[in-house]
Design a protein around this ligand. Sequence first.
Ligand SMILES: [Fe+2]
Length: 263
Amino acid sequence: MFKIIPGKKEIGAEIFCDINKIKKIHIRKIKIALLKYGMLYFRKQNLNSKNYINFAKNFGKLAEYPRLKGLNKKYPKITVVQRKASDKGPSFGEQFHTDSIYTKQPPRFTMLLSKLVPKKGKANTEFCSQYLAYKNLPTSFKKKLKKYKGNYSSEGPISITTQERVKEKGKINKELKSRHNIIKNINTKYTIYCSPGHFVGFNSKLKKEKKLENFLLTHQIRKKFQFSLEWEKNQLAIWDNRSMLHQATPFKGNRIMHRITIQ
Ligand SMILES: [Fe+2]
């Protein structure tokens, strides 16, 4: 069985298939769907780490997460993203962001595979389509923002949510910084590429335009561009960091996700 069911307003899509038995032709369809819908999810996937890695390799070169160590020596490219019931601070990634934008070459795609989850609907991941955010910009802003670059930092507003895990399993504490164009073109579709969780201002050569900054940061996360993904055990999700923002919803409890990022 292989079926693609797009979400409302084409924000994300659910794929029905068994990844353990996936064929080349379906991989091709999945890649096209990923570019079109920005996020795909697959329920009921009993994947071991080897098959998980093999599936991920279809989308590009596996990246290393600069801030946390890998699962083990055999699978260094799988990062464990864990929330513990004893954690007091906000959840890891609890603000809209795009992964590792503070690096020179941020990963295009991120995958999560759920290993341990609270009750369904209690700990969602929210996605926000930046294709729609771009489409809904007034024309004058579309033109204006094309000239802008954003500055990003690993010490941006969201870094508070990663502190507990970085303290335990962290590799580096050095601040990472980058600069990227705000408007991106992906396969003829335009998107806003700006991570509110890491944004520290526009290109410093231009004089500070606080009003435009505030407009952009509010506009790009409007409710009508969002989709809230519920998790169940053994569910896989993959998203395009260039066209989708994401955030964890606040929750108390234990959750373990295995994450892979792809260049
Ligand atoms: Fe994230």
